[in-house]
Design a protein around this ligand. Structure first.
Ligand code: PEP
Ligand code: MN
Length: 376
């Protein structure tokens, strides 16, 4: 059960103390307080776990400071969508809204290499009105002798260049909790010119200690990639690890599954799960066409598979697209063969625009169809 308190509830008030005292005296029920600091107000929620079936909803809603009560019937207590659940399906970070109802594009370098390439990328994004990018500094590689990323050494100039070109959010994978401090420090030293969305890669989806450490971190939102060899339910539980520790600003990323059933794509595309995640949880959904497809192959219609699968995800309501670009893919240190080229950025964004408009038209049509059905 979740108790949603009145906005800006004062923790020093007598009412709040009475509420906590009441909750502490409930037998076999533990409670956990979660604060969400928005730009306008502080929202406090209290999660009750244990024998909550005995609690009466109308009794709980009449407790001091309590505004609403949500009975948690399904899994994913914090991130899930529950019956009568009106909690928000979006969050704001660094002036950018991430929600189940909008779309942000994160085009960028799979791996940061040299300042010149980073600048070409972020300048092009700015020219196309984009405020988000992806930049890999810590790269988890299959082969221990492959380039592992520049790590913290590149952070100062990556952040500076991003800020210089108006980039507000960079998706950046981390593979160890020590990287959180390195990013925090580098951002602070640079005067916070940009923001970072921490990315948990598919190889770390079930690295529970890493998830707990990131979950305790209130500063950054998180992009959690689905594990490439586990069920959707297992990956959603991994997302819940972040939220259960306090960080609920989570975007769920689809990036394909590891099975030869997807050949010749690098992974089996799983973008049909976009609406499923929207239904089960309140998380915005990201799709990663680059790591799903893994090549620049195109068919006779002249359209690359990367474009086709992006359109499939967007037309189903995806909220974020993470995609690899590189100004000189032949020189890219990681994943060059799947990178889109700089002169394809405008084309890619326009193609996404078509798919998004189609999704919006489908939404309108669905509303009309439901209204007609309801009138019968
Ligand atoms: C990446 O986005 O660079 C990446 C390594 O993705 P994944 O974890 O999905 O393989
Ligand atoms: Mn990659």
């Amino acid at each position: 059960m979740i108790l949603i308190l009145a906005p800006d509830t004062d923790k020093d008030s007598t009412e709040y103390r009475q509420l906590l005292e009441f909750l502490s005296n409930l037998e076999n029920i533990q409670h956990r307080v979660h604060d969400e600091k928005g730009t306008q107000q502080l929202l406090t929620e209290i999660y009750l776990v244990g024998d909550t079936a005995v609690l009466q909803t109308d009794e709980m809603v009449s407790l001091p400071c309590v505004e609403r009560v949500v009975r948690v019937s399904e899994e994913y207590r914090v991130l899930g969508r529950h019956h009568d659940d009106q909690r928000p399906t979006y969050f704001d970070y660094h002036g950018v809204r991430f929600g189940q109802d909008n779309l942000n594009i994160f085009a960028g370098l799979c791996a940061v290499d040299i300042p010149e390439h980073v600048e070409i990328m972020v300048r092009a994004l700015a020219e196309h009105g984009q405020v988000c990018t992806r930049m890999g500094a810590y790269k988890p590689r299959t082969n221990p002798y492959s380039f592992q990323g520049h790590g913290k050494a590149c952070l100062p100039w990556v952040f500076e260049l991003a800020g210089k070109h108006g980039i507000k959010v960079i998706a950046m994978e981390i593979t160890h909790d020590a990287h959180i401090r390195e990013i925090q420090q580098a951002l602070e030293d640079a005067g916070n010119p940009t923001g970072v969305m921490l990315q948990v890669g598919t190889r770390n989806t079930q690295n529970f200690e890493l998830l707990k450490a990131i979950g305790r971190e209130a500063d950054f939102p998180v992009l959690l990639k689905r594990g490439f060899g586990i069920t959707l339910e297992e990956s959603l539980n991994a997302a819940e690890y972040l939220a259960s520790e306090g960080n609920r600003r989570v975007v769920f990323g689809l990036r394909g599954m590891k099975t030869n059933m997807g050949d010749p794509h690098r992974n089996f595309i799983d973008f049909a799960h976009v609406p499923v995640i929207h239904r089960l949880t309140r998380m915005p959904v990201c799709i990663d066409p680059s790591h799903s497809v893994g090549s620049r192959d195109a068919t006779h219609d002249g359209i690359m598979d990367i474009f086709h699968v992006t359109a499939q995800g967007v037309i189903a309501g995806a909220n974020m697209v993470l995609v690899d670009f590189h100004p000189y893919p032949g020189k890219a240190l990681v994943d060059g063969p799947q990178a889109l080229h700089m002169d394809e950025l405008g084309y890619f964004l326009e193609d996404i625009g078509i798919a998004r408009k189609a999704y919006e038209s489908r939404l309108k049509l669905a509303r009309k169809a439901h209204a007609t059905a309801g009138a019968d």
